[in-house]
Every structure is written in C-alpha cells, then in structure tokens.
Write a protein that binds this ligand. Structure first.
Ligand code: CTP
Length: 399
C-alpha cells in the first residue's frame, strides 16, 4: 500500500503517455496522492483534463504560470513529494535531466529537487540503443536516478525491441519498492517457478504438471515485503508476479543460464519443477510413425540448478531454499534431498494425485532446515508463500 505517500508524476511526450493515466489510477487505488505535471509534448498525447480527472487534482504544466506560482512555487512543488516519477521518460527528457537543463517546468523541478527520482523510459528502439541515450542513462544512474524498464516488444512505430515503457503495475511495484519500509527492502531475491519443457521434436516435449501457482505466490509475497524479485519462470499456467523482474525460459538449460546471470542475490528460492531429463538430441523434424517400430528417445540428465547454486564457492546466496516434490515418504526423502543438494532449507510437499497440490489452490508443506522438520497446517498457496516470505525475511536479517 502507498497510503499517504505523495508521488509527483511527470508525464513526458510519448505514445506511452496513455499508460500513465492507468498508472495514476493504480497509484490512487493504493492510497497515494498523485500530483501530475504534464509537459508541453505530453499534452499532444493526453489531455490535461483526463489527467486531472484521474488524479483528482490540478495539473501543472507551465513554469511561468502566475497562479501556480502563487499557490505553490515550483521549488516547493518539487520538494513535497516522497518520490518523483517520470513516465514516460522520453529520450529528450532523459537528455535534459542528464545535462541539467531547466527550460520548462518538468526539467526545472527535476533539477531543483532533492527527492529520489524514478524514470520509466519509453522510446523507439533505435533511440533507446543510441549511444547518446545510453550515455544519458549511465549518467542518470550515477546521479542516483533509478529506472524501471523499458521492456521489449512490438512498438507503436512498428519496430520490435527494447524501448516500450514498463507496464503500469511494474511501475507501481518499483514505486512500492522505493517507498517500502518492508523487512526485505534492499534485498534481491531470485525465484524459479513453473515447469520446464524439454523438446522431443518441433511439436512435442517432456514436461510436468506444475502450474507455477506456488512460485508466483512466493514472488508476490517477497515483493510485498520490499524485495527486489527476479522471477525466472518456465511456461507456467499462472501469470508471474506483476511486481517482479520476469525472465521467461523454456528448458532447464535456459533456466540454469538465467539463474546464473541473475546472481548475486541475497536469497534464491527454487520453486520450479525442473524436468530431470531432456533428449540427448531433439529432432529438428517431426518424428513420424514407422513400420520399424517406436522411436528411440535417448535421454540425458538436466543440470541440477539448485545443487549448482547451493554449492557455488563464489556468489552463493546467503539463503538457498529448495522444494521437494514427493509422492511418498515425504519428510525422509526431503531431508535426504536437503543434504544431497547442499541447500539451507527444503520446503517439502506431497504431490501425489490424492493431495491435489499440482494445479490446486492449497498446499501442505513441511519446512526442513538443519534443526529438523516443521509441519505447517494445510494453507492456501498464498498463505504458504506469506509465511515463507516472513521466514526468509527473518533469516536474512540475521545473515
Ligand atoms: N531442481 C533444480 N534443477 C533440477 C531439478 C530440480 O533446480 N534439474 C530443484 C527444484 O526446483 C526443487 C528441488 O531441486 O527446488 C527438488 O526438485 P525435485 O523435483 O523434488 O527433486 P529432484 O532433483 O528431481 O530429485 P528426485 O528425482 O530424486 O525427486
């Protein structure tokens, strides 16, 4: 929640400005007070009236507006906020900020303030990749400006690549992280989630029944405590947490690469149901039925990502948590698994068909650490995640 927090929102002139209207709505839903500043270029994309209606307050636009200056001077306007958010942060606005220009209200506020600034860049992919923009980005980062996005995708200009403004909920999450006083504030936590798919041929794959629900609940609970969550997910049914940095993968090998690239982190939670095997060599063409008999599927073992991370000599997270999906002798198997893999905790759960865990909403887990096994009651996956996140926060505060 952002109850009583004051956000000064500078809306730059880009097609993504329309998303800022939704951003205002989301911020107000969470109890924030939003003071909007619309640049001249921004007015070409959204009207002051719609911004004002959604923010429930007046819109500031002109540096030399006498009424505005009489009510609240621009210097004061820049100081009352808990956070200044620039969304969309256009290439031009970023350049002005990096150079210290002050030739309109937005740039003047940004120069006059000592309040933290968060930018959500949005521009054409070539503009984003241009050395000038990248220089400006580096300068702004050095100046302590944080950024969220840009994301990759189809752009309004018909091109594809990085430059798309982060979605409103991602920006809200970044704002919450900034303003959060949660116990995981400043901690970076990695979560793996979902199944992996191991190709057999272009149309078939080896997989498992994981929906990704428990992983998403864990990512959401960690972010709610202020953690910066890197969420590495296979092809899951349940969408990833809106508040996390999401990395989508398909195979175990891709998941392993993404995990290693995300290090260092303070804690790593391995909730993914990684396929243990892949085909030694997936076929490039669809396998056909043949009179010679059944196709021979030659299997190879996948890398054990949890074990590899738990045994790192450099960059090992302070806390490594694995899951143990078992169908029988749950605690005995999971206790042995903790030692075999070298992780700190194992969250053991019964995934036999009778338990209904795979694809269901509830989970009955046992938390195993070096002190022994602690049975938790049957809880919703959300409640398991909330409880686990609180335990992780307590453990990291001692680390
Ligand atoms: N895991 C992993 N990489 C793998 C396999 C599993 O990171 N290649 C992680 C899972 O995310 C989970 C833990 O290891 O946190 C245990 O997964 P599980 O499937 O229960 O165990 P397995 O390693 O497959 O062991 P077994 O086949 O003996 O059950």
């Amino acid at each position: 929640m952002l109850t009583g927090k004051h956000v000064l929102l500078i809306i730059g002139g880009g097609i993504a400005a329309f998303k800022s209207l939704d951003l205002i709505r989301r911020l107000r839903e969470r109890g924030a007070v939003v003071t909007p500043v619309l640049t001249k270029a921004g007015e070409a994309f959204v009207t002051p009236l719609s911004v004002s209606a959604l923010a429930g307050t007046k819109v500031y636009g002109d540096l030399f507006d006498l009424t505005d200056e009489a009510e609240m001077g621009h210097i004061q306007l820049s100081r009352v906020a808990d956070l200044i958010v620039v969304a969309p942060a256009t290439a031009d606005l970023m350049a002005k900020m990096a150079q210290g220009h002050a030739n309109d209200l937005a740039s003047t506020l940004l120069l006059a303030t000592d309040t933290p600034v968060l930018i959500a860049p949005a521009m054409n992919v070539r503009m984003w990749q241009h050395p000038a923009t990248q220089r400006n980005r580096a300068t702004l980062a050095q100046d302590g400006v944080t950024s969220v996005g840009p994301g990759e995708g189809d752009m309004a200009c018909g091109e594809y690549g990085p430059g798309r403004m982060a979605e409103p909920l991602e920006i809200v999450a970044a704002i919450e992280r900034h303003l959060s006083t949660g116990p995981l504030n400043g901690k970076r936590v990695l979560v793996t989630s979902g199944p992996t798919h191991e190709p057999i041929d272009p149309v078939r794959y080896i997989a498992n029944r994981s929906s990704g629900a428990q992983g998403t609940a864990i990512g959401t609970a960690l972010a709610a405590l202020g953690a910066d969550v890197v969420f590495i997910t296979g092809p899951a049914d349940v969408p990833p947490p809106a508040q996390a940095k999401v990395v989508r993968v398909t195979t175990a090998e891709e998941m392993r690469c993404a995990v290693m690239a995300a290090l260092p982190v303070d804690a790593a939670i391995f909730a993914a149901a990684v396929a243990d095997w892949r085909l030694k060599e997936a076929s490039g063409r669809k396998l056909k039925k043949s009179k010679e008999g059944l196709p021979k599927l030659d299997l190879a073992e996948n890398p054990d990502i949890l074990r590899d991370v738990a045994n790192l000599s450099e960059n090992r997270p302070d806390l490594v948590v694995g899951f143990a999906a078992e169908t029988d002798d749950v605690v005995a198997h999971a206790t042995a698994k903790r030692v075999r893999k070298g992780c700190d905790w194992i969250v053991a759960n019964d995934v036999s068909e009778a338990s209904g865990v795979m694809g269901g909403t509830d989970n009955t887990v046992t938390l195993i650490d070096d002190a022994g096994a602690e049975d938790w009651p049957t809880l919703s996956k959300t409640d398991v995640a909330t409880r686990l996140a609180a335990r992780i926060a307590a453990a990291l505060s001692k680390a």
